[in-house]
Design a protein around this ligand. Structure first.
Ligand code: ATP
Length: 463
């Protein structure tokens, strides 16, 4: 009873999508007498450079079919649908012989059904560890192949793509192997209901009625999230890329996601499927310490703002943070222009504020002075500086006093009043304590929307 996993089948220019290949493969497995127990859409390290978009891999848990047949059908499906003409596409398939259990009933009706413990317990620990690493680090194809061989998992590479420098063809086996381990590596599962258009329509504008999307999204919020961006007035669930996805509905409740999809008026939906996914879970974030961050990993780091935020050309907002007041090194965090209104919260920070920042740490080595930045996804304001010290006003005329000379305090020339030194006054702050996030239009697939809850401070969700 195999877990069949595929990855790296799409191309930025030519389209396609690994979830679509997974759905077509599931149909073939079913036609061959197999029973698809669940489909996993697994998001891996979003900082991996060679991803096409959201670094997704797909694993199908299938009963009533043997490993050899599943492997043959996976190869056939990938050969037919993957965009192998793109030299950057490097499809890979890995199959694991693991009991896939029955379809469990959901503990809470609003959650995807739990993955049975008989399944998670049967996935070998090194494969589970590999999946966990794959969301945080950059792994090599060689490591994936060695591990798959050691476990006796058949695997295959397709096309000649992936020979783009440091990797060989079949790089998709990294993501595929991670998608096998994912069932046991992660425990926060959300739902994605994806509807596909006919392949011959790919590349043409999608016909989806925005008003029906907003109505359906509003009716199901907040168990269904990131369908639209209400403040920007934009539909988020309809991709712009040339692939076969018509819309993808995300949420905690699979049935609610399906209801939203069904209520959307659009061109014909050719096929659709619901996935278990680690989207919207923040599984990519690792607790980190300023000064000890690795390139290409996503972190949650805490510190103190060390300078006034700066708005730069292009609309990006930079802010510096250190582990403690006056400490070095200083970490530069950036809210890029597409994060829209989130930048206002970053701009509102003041030196001395205590924060927790989340995002991808990237070291740009193409510069003379390689510097690391944290690309912000969300932040928590822990403590706000609420006062500032300022030159005192004159108690008679209320105008700001001037210096009376070095170490001699302040005075008002007109009224002859004096004051011994600066005074502390309250600061008017636009920010409140708690978590802020980028808007749905800028959200990474794997990032957890604040509305899902479970955060350690009050939340200010973007909807
Ligand atoms: P697709 O829809 O095709 O899955 P994508 O945006 O998910 O598009 P891919 O085309 O799959 O991106 O490219 C991601 C590649 O990165 C795959 O070859 C995958 O095996 C590999 N990969 C995934 N995670 C890691 C990792 N942690 N380290 C190194 N490579 C990885």
């Amino acid at each position: 009873m195999p877990i069949v996993a595929v990855d790296d089948t799409d191309s930025r220019e030519q389209g396609m999508c690994t979830t679509y290949v997974g759905v077509r493969l599931a149909e073939r497995l079913t036609a061959a007498g197999g029973t698809v127990r669940r489909r996993l859409l697994v998001r891996l390290n979003p900082a991996v450079k060679h991803k096409t978009r959201g670094n997704a891999a797909v694993a199908l848990h299938v009963a009533d079919v043997d490993v050899d047949e599943a492997f043959a059908l996976a190869g056939e499906t990938v050969r037919e649908f993957a965009a192998v003409e793109d030299p950057r596409t490097a499809p890979g398939v890995v199959v694991a012989d693991v009991p896939v259990g029955m379809v469990a009933t959901s503990a809470a009706a609003s959650k995807p059904p739990a993955i049975p413990s008989a399944v998670t317990a049967a996935i070998p620990e090194p494969v589970v560890r590999f999946a966990r690493q794959a969301v945080h680090e950059r792994l090599s194809l060689e490591t994936a192949i060695t591990l798959a061989d050691r476990q006796g998992y058949p695997h295959a590479a397709f096309g000649t793509g992936g020979a783009d420098g440091d990797e060989a063809p079949g790089r998709g086996r990294i993501g595929a192997l991670a998608a096998i381990g994912a069932a046991a590596a992660f425990d926060d599962w959300t739902a994605a209901h994806i509807s596909y258009r006919a392949l011959d329509r790919c590349g043409t504008p999608r016909s989806v009625d925005a008003e029906s999307v907003f109505t359906a999204a509003n009716a199901a919020y907040p168990v269904v999230w990131d369908t639209v961006d209400r403040e920007a007035g934009e539909v988020v669930c309809v991709p712009h890329a040339p692939g076969p996805i018509l819309h993808g509905i995300r949420g905690d409740d699979p049935a609610a996601c399906r209801r939203v999809a069904a209520a959307i008026e659009s061109e014909p939906v050719e096929r659709a499927a619901t996935f278990h996914t680690n989207q919207g879970t923040d599984v990519h974030l690792r607790d980190g310490t300023i000064g000890d961050l690795a390139d290409g990993t996503c972190y949650r780091v805490s510190g103190v703002v060390t300078g006034e935020p700066e708005s730069r050309r292009g609309g990006h907002v930079h802010v510096d943070v250190a582990a403690a007041s006056g400490a070095t090194p200083v970490l530069r965090a950036v809210a890029f222009a597409p994060t829209g209104r989130f930048r206002g919260h970053v701009r509102a920070l003041r030196p001395g504020d205590r924060v927790t920042l989340c995002g991808e740490y990237e070291v740009r080595t193409d510069r003379l002075d390689p510097t690391g930045t944290l690309k912000l996804e969300k932040l928590a304001v822990r403590d706000l500086v609420e006062t500032t010290s300022t030159t005192p006003p004159c108690p008679s005329c209320e105008r700001t006093m001037s210096s009376a000379g070095r170490d001699q305090g302040y005075r008002c020339r007109a009224c002859a009043t004096t004051a011994p030194g600066k005074v502390t006054v309250p600061l008017d702050r636009e920010l409140e304590r708690g978590w802020y996030e980028v808007p749905p239009t800028a959200r990474r697939h794997v990032a957890k929307p604040l509305v899902r809850g479970g955060f350690d401070a009050p939340v200010h969700p973007e909807r």
